[in-house]
Ligand binder design. Structure first.
Ligand SMILES: [Zn+2]
Length: 92
């Protein structure tokens, strides 16, 4: 039975083969995914790639991008989307 601190499922288990043929379990931190643009998939570089508990320690301005759709779209996709929206409005 692992000790109580290692019984959590929030740490990933990696089975390592030992030289004698036995295996041991190594506990790894969960890797958080980099947030990316929902249209082109480009990573949003301003938003840090940290675990939720570490993101909670940051300032609010460091957690998000202050422009509209800041946490969703990259600046290029937002630019083209705004242009297209303005052209649709002008057509009517
Ligand atoms: Zn994009």
């Amino acid at each position: 039975m692992p000790r109580p601190a290692k019984r959590t499922r929030s740490r990933k288990r990696v089975f390592k083969a030992l030289p004698g043929g036995r295996t041991s379990i190594h506990y790894k931190r969960e890797v958080t995914a980099q947030s990316s643009c929902s249209l082109c998939g480009r990573p949003l570089t301003v938003i840090p790639n940290l675990s939720p508990s570490e993101i909670r320690k940051l300032n609010r301005t460091k957690r998000r991008i202050s422009r509209i759709y800041g946490g969703q779209l990259c600046h290029n996709c937002l630019k083209t989307a705004l242009k297209q929206a303005a052209r649709i409005l002008n057509a009517f």
